[in-house]
Write a protein that binds this ligand. Structure first.
Ligand code: FES
Length: 277
């Protein structure tokens, strides 16, 4: 998929503070992608490689859609690019596609930026006529992403915000509790901050509801080489970039994850800006 000129940015929009929606020409990734998968981007020749979740794409036209949040030096530099610029390298799709049960209601849940990761699953299930309930949460109205797109692909869309500026005030788990009380749920897929995914897993466990959580935020190089995304699932060591990013939430060792992710947050701050160093 690599071209001499790089990968053309067709569209770039600010959709939330420090959060950009990109449409980029990348035919190979667009053709192969499945729900839950990610790709790697090196925006500049000397920059680190960043794993990003695929929010969608068009196989025929050869483009991909993704959301990028500025969390460190490389993503901030990428945030200064415009439509018409090119990304140096794009590779994928990578990771294991999301396992979706064949029958019954599926509840898709996302906190903030996680909306991008559940959109392909919602669209695929919706196209098959499956019942999808989507719960989106965020600190405030501006942190709830892709609500229109997810609303179109869901039988029901519930929005929760911490401050009540959009939807109901509260947590995504409050909304999930209500759904579980009123109807049979076959599967829950949760993508968001670790405490949210842990709370969802704790809630579904006593009900025996198959629950997947996405550990994509832990990935560093996305290649299976660095070991940075190592997780413990059911007592076994797995790699989020290769075996995941989705794992059975009832088997994930969240305590270990919390310690690791704190460490990476610090590390990210220390990397210098590739356009300036
Ligand atoms: Fe480096 Fe998975 S991100 S091994």
């Amino acid at each position: 998929d690599e071209t001499q000129d790089g990968y053309l940015i067709l569209e770039k929009k600010l959709i939330a503070p420090e959060t950009w929606s990109f449409i980029v020409q990348a035919p190979q990734v667009a053709r192969g992608r499945k729900p839950g998968q990610f790709f790697m981007v090196a925006p500049f020749p000397e920059s680190e490689r960043i794993p990003l979740t695929l929010a969608g794409g068009d196989a025929r036209r050869g483009y991909i859609h993704f959301i990028m949040q500025e969390v460190g030096a490389t993503t901030q530099a990428m945030g200064r690019l415009s439509a018409g610029d090119r990304l140096y390298a794009v590779a994928g799709p990578m990771g294991t596609p999301t396992e979706l049960v064949e029958e019954g209601t599926i509840v898709l849940m996302a906190g903030g930026y996680g909306s991008a990761a559940i959109l392909p699953a919602a669209e695929e299930l919706h196209a098959k006529g499956r019942r999808v309930i989507t719960i989106l949460g965020g600190r405030s109205r501006e942190r709830v992403l892709l609500a229109d797109e997810l609303g179109k692909a869901s039988a029901e869309l519930i929005i929760t915000t911490d401050d009540g500026t959009l939807g109901r005030q509260g947590l995504v788990t409050d909304a999930l509790k209500d759904i579980i009380a009123r109807e049979k749920v076959a599967q829950v897929v949760a993508v968001g901050p670790l405490p949210m995914m842990r709370a969802v897993s704790d809630l579904t466990k006593p009900h025996g509801i198959f629950t997947l959580v996405s550990l994509n935020a832990l990935m560093v190089d996305g290649t299976g080489m660095c070991g940075g995304c190592r997780v413990s699932v059911g007592g076994q060591t797995k790699f989020a970039c290769f075996d995941g990013p989705d794992f059975d939430g009832h088997q994930v060792d969240f305590n270990m994850l919390r310690m690791r992710s704190d460490w990476y947050k610090q590390e990210e701050k220390d990397i210098c800006d590739p356009s300036e160093c």
